[in-house]
Each structure stands twice: as C-alpha cells, then as structure tokens.
Design a protein around this ligand. Structure first.
Ligand SMILES: [Zn+2]
Length: 367
C-alpha cells in the first residue's frame, strides 16, 4: 500500500513535470492562424478595421502581425516618421477590434537588415547615416539584381554604440501603442553583415554578430516581458539544405541557431515548397510557425505538415509546432481588394497570389 502510494506520488511528479514543461515551452494556447501584412496608411484605417472584423475574425485568425517600420507617429523619435504614418488613435482602433475578436496583435519593425529598398533609403539610415554598415555602397538610380555591390538591402551596424538607443525607443513605443506582449524584428535576408568596410565589424564572425544582435533585442524585450519573433532564413544553412541565399543563409550566419535564446519565435518562410524545416527548429528547442506566400499548395502543405508533425511529436516537441501564418507583400488595400474579388466558382481559386492562398488556407465560416 505504502509502496503503491509512493509510486503514485512519483508518477504524479513525473506527470506534473511534463505538464509544466509543456506549458512553459510554448506561448501558444492554440495553434497560430496568422496573417502578416504591411500596416495600412492613415487614410485606409476604417477599411482595415472592417477587414479585421469581417474577414479575419470569421476565418478564426488569431494572430496579426502589422509591418509598421517607420509608419507610426512616433513621439519618441519624430525625426523617423514616414509620410502617411498611422496616428495613435488609428492604432487604438486596430487594438480595439483585435481585442474584440481575440486576435493577438504584434507590431513589426525591420531591425538590422532591410534598411533600404531598391534605390530608396529607409528612414533610419536617411536620418542617421552614421549607422550604415556599408557607407561605401551608394544606392543606384536604377536598381537591379544582381549588382556589383551585392546590394539587396542596406543594414545598420549592430556594433554602432548609439544605434540601439534609437531603435529601442521605436520598439518600446510601438509595443506600448499595440499593447503587445510580442514584437517581430524581421531580421531576414541580412546580406550586409560583418563587412570589411565597417571599421567596427571588420573581421568579426557573422554568426556571432547575428546571434549577438538577436540576443540584445530579445533581452531588451524581456525586461518588459515581451517576446521576440523573427524570420528564420538566416538560421538555416543554404548550401547544405540546397535552399539557397534567400530562404536560407549563404553568408555564414546559420551557426547562430545554437547561440540564441530558445524563447525566440521563428517564422519559417518557404514559398516554393513546404520543406520540413520546422522539424529542425523544433528539435533545436524553438517555437516555429510556417509561412507561405503566393502558392495555395504550399500553404496547405505547411498546414498539413504542422498537423502531422504535432501528431507524431514527443510531448516536449509537440507544442513547438506553433501553426501557420500567411505573408503578404503587397499593400494592405490591394490584398483586401483581391480577397473581396475572388469568385469561388471560377478558376480564381487556382491563381497564384497571397489573397488566394489566404482564402484557400483559412476558409471563411460565413462562405
Ligand atoms: Zn558594423
């Protein structure tokens, strides 16, 4: 009898430990059904709020990442505000409708990379050119890829002693405005890193520099109990996997996967095939979300894989397969218009674009 009580006791400890592990391992109480989209302009705000209640809620979307960058009227850094930026009151409208519909609202500002686009400099390097990792690279009038400079997007120098004073002001203010417990820092396609022409970074290891920047951002967010989300491409070896230099890394950053905190959430984007990289991230201890773009077959494949991975995972790994999130790389208004224009009784459903993928991946309960 005593023996059986003792055994029960041991068993209970074992179960509670496992349950505890399960609960701290993931921040996701249910799988993510997400949308990541550029924030609307100030004059599109009412249309966007309606879109959230009329299109996202009936599709049980529970996560909305809004790419803000410099399109918010930052009070802490007014010098960095883009034209058409959202006001505090615009953001309040989005916060309210997301709360009403149980949607986790997360802001994104691209940190490190993506500080320019084609021939245009982003606000940060326009106002603070001293943060430029490649000051010798001039932006061309007629941008084309490939080019002699290997210019895709500019990066800021993560070792500049003042850059974080500036960008963390933006991060803190936008998280406050969004009332968010998470922040997406982008961090994808960082091509300029550890550059020779940067006096601070010359000779450094790109994996260490990349990991240090992620850790710095994550630690800053953690002070206010916020969680860091990033894109996963720089953490995958592009050569070994054959995934190449876009959806994976060919610039020696992949080893950073073993140098960063495990509570960083990985958004694992793959647009041509539903490759099985979520298993890699999950086995390394990360929560991972698969992300499609234009191809419905990829999005649906990623959703099926997530279900399959979860069904066959150990208790420890199961909850790390956190769900699927549609990515959109057009304006919000074009996406909304496209979604509204779909006629489900035609070949519209076979089109390759983000709104058709979204339509097929997350059916509307009202349809
Ligand atoms: Zn540098």
């Amino acid at each position: 009898m005593i023996k059986s009580h003792f055994l029960c006791f041991i068993l209970l400890i074992g179960i509670s430990n496992k349950l505890f592990c399960y609960s701290i391992d993931s921040v996701f109480s249910s799988p993510v059904r997400g949308l990541c989209i550029k924030a609307p302009n100030h004059d599109e705000i009412n249309n966007f709020v309606e879109f959230i209640s009329q299109e996202l809620a009936p599709r049980s979307i529970n996560t909305l990442i809004l790419r803000i960058d410099y399109s918010y009227e930052f009070k802490s850094r007014p010098e960095l505000v883009d034209e058409g930026a959202l006001s505090e009151s615009d953001v309040n409208k989005i916060v309210t409708v997301c709360k009403e519909n149980d949607i986790n609202l997360i802001p994104q500002i691209n940190l490190f990379g993506h500080q320019s686009w084609a021939g245009s400099l982003g606000k940060l390097l326009e106002v603070y050119p001293q943060f430029d990792e490649t000051p010798d690279v001039e932006l061309p009038d007629d941008y084309e890829w490939p080019n002699e400079d290997g210019l895709y997007c500019k990066s800021y120098c993560p070792l500049h002693p003042e850059v974080h004073d500036v960008v963390f002001d933006l991060v803190d203010e936008i998280c406050e405005a969004f009332e968010s417990d998470a922040f997406h820092a982008g961090m994808d396609e960082v091509f300029y890193i550890s550059e020779e022409q940067c006096t601070r970074c010359n000779g450094t290891d790109p994996a260490e520099i990349y990991a240090a920047e992620i850790t710095k951002i994550r630690n800053h967010l953690k002070l206010k109990k916020r969680r860091l989300w990033i894109w996963g491409d720089r953490l995958i070896d592009g050569k070994i996997t054959g995934l190449g230099e876009w959806e994976a890394s060919m610039n020696n950053t992949a080893r950073a996967i073993d140098m960063i905190p495990k509570d960083v959430v990985i958004c694992d984007w793959h647009y041509n095939k539903p490759v099985s990289t979520p298993v890699y991230f999950s086995m390394k201890g990360f929560n991972v979300i698969s992300c499609p773009w234009k191809k419905s077959s990829v999005g649906i494949g990623q959703q099926e894989d997530m279900d399959h991975f979860r069904a066959n995972a150990t208790l420890e790994m199961k909850s790390r397969y956190a769900g699927v999130m549609q990515t959109v790389w057009t304006s919000a208004s074009k996406f909304i218009e496209g979604l509204k224009s779909i006629n489900p009784n035609t070949s519209d459903l076979e089109a390759e674009n983000s709104w058709t993928c979204f339509y097929n991946l997350f059916p509307n309960k009202k349809d």
